[in-house]
Design a binder for this molecule. Structure first.
Ligand code: AVI
Length: 331
């Protein structure tokens, strides 16, 4: 573990514990399965992250702006419900617009705010922390560059002062039910009675609205999905022809989730140099690249319960498209 202070930001780096598999091993494994699949975390290289920012501004992608609206209207109530002298701990450091709403609300009730963003990318973490710090005089930042698992046990915990953990943006929806319970349970184990967890989750709604959000007219989500193939071409010397695959993201009711797919337009083979292997695709066969779960109030509460937390308070937008829940330890 390395600690240093850069431009006022206390940066803690927890290196080495990289349990995640490399791109080449997940591609070899994922494309060899009967149902081909690739994990969605590989969407986010520089191009993918930029495309995701564009997705968040799309007219069809209601998630980001709906959650932001809920926070705009309720940030003060949220902070009040947590208590005095709140420390903010955020998983991921990309939600700066939403973070600011909570930081502003905290400053209305306290003199000083401590913000702790956790992100695997130390460059991105530092840049966004320095940016935030320059805007607030009485803000202090401890930025933790680590995997969430490694960061949780080393989090500062001021005596009797509540920490508000933030997991926003419907990121929980990209986990399977089992992964979601495991992740929330892991946070729960680190929480004291006075700590709270705030989760943003997307709600089940009309299929047309859901599918429009993931199959936008401008084709940005298609480019985001196909960027995975571009990455494999560049990084593993593969020969994917992007036009030979179609992006389609249906709502699969049985699992209550949007499934991001890359569908082969015709029968084809693709050679991947780094693996010295050729992969076969039938016409219409697809690579499953992401799940985005949509909850009912009951299914979401059930995940929280299974992880040891209960809902203290919950906010929805006026159309009940998106929810933000404040959670505390059961009992
Ligand atoms: C990051 N995550 C919450 C997004 C979602 O809606 O599941 C990723 C995304 N995939 C396609 N569009 C957006």
């Amino acid at each position: 573990m390395r600690q240093q202070t850069i431009s006022g930001v206390r940066l803690i780096e927890v290196p080495g514990n990289y349990k995640e598999k490399s791109l080449s091993s997940v591609v070899a494994e994922g494309l060899s399965k009967r149902q081909k699949s690739l994990p969605c975390r590989f969407f986010y290289d520089e191009v993918g992250s930029e495309l995701f920012e564009q997705i968040c501004k799309l007219p069809e992608y209601y998630l980001t702006r709906t959650e932001r609206k809920i926070l705009e209207l309720n940030a003060c109530e949220i902070i009040e419900a947590v208590g005095h002298d709140v420390t903010l701990v955020e998983f991921g450091s990309g939600n700066s617009a939403k973070t600011r709403l909570l930081v502003d609300a905290a400053f209305k009730r306290q003199n000083h705010v401590h913000y702790i963003p956790i992100d695997i990318s130390s460059d991105f973490l530092l840049a966004s922390s320095i940016n935030l710090l320059s805007e607030y005089e009485r803000l202090s930042i401890t930025a933790i560059a680590a995997e969430y698992n490694d960061a949780l046990p080393i989090l500062p915990h001021p005596d009797d002062e509540p920490r508000l953990f933030l997991f926003l943006g419907s990121n929980i929806g990209n986990f399977s039910r089992l992964e979601a319970v495991a992740f929330v349970a892991q946070i729960c184990r680190q929480m004291n009675r006075e700590d709270r967890l705030l989760i943003g989750f997307d709600l089940v709604k009309d299929r047309n609205l859901l599918e429009a959000a993931y199959n936008d007219a401008a084709g940005i989500t298609a480019a985001f999905n196909k960027n995975l193939l571009t990455r494999i071409n560049h990084e593993l010397g593969a020969e994917f022809i992007l036009d030979s695959f179609t992006h389609w993201a249906p709502f699969v009711e049985e699992h209550s989730r949007i499934e991001m797919r890359l569908i082969s337009r015709h029968r084809q083979t693709v050679y991947i140099d780094a693996l010295e292997q050729t992969f076969h695709f039938e016409s219409e066969e697809y690579i499953h690249t992401e799940n985005s779960h949509k909850y009912t109030l009951e299914t979401f509460a059930e995940i929280c319960h299974a992880a040891g937390l209960e809902i203290q308070q919950r906010w929805l937008d006026e159309r009940a498209w998106f929810g933000v829940a404040l959670l505390k330890k059961i009992g």
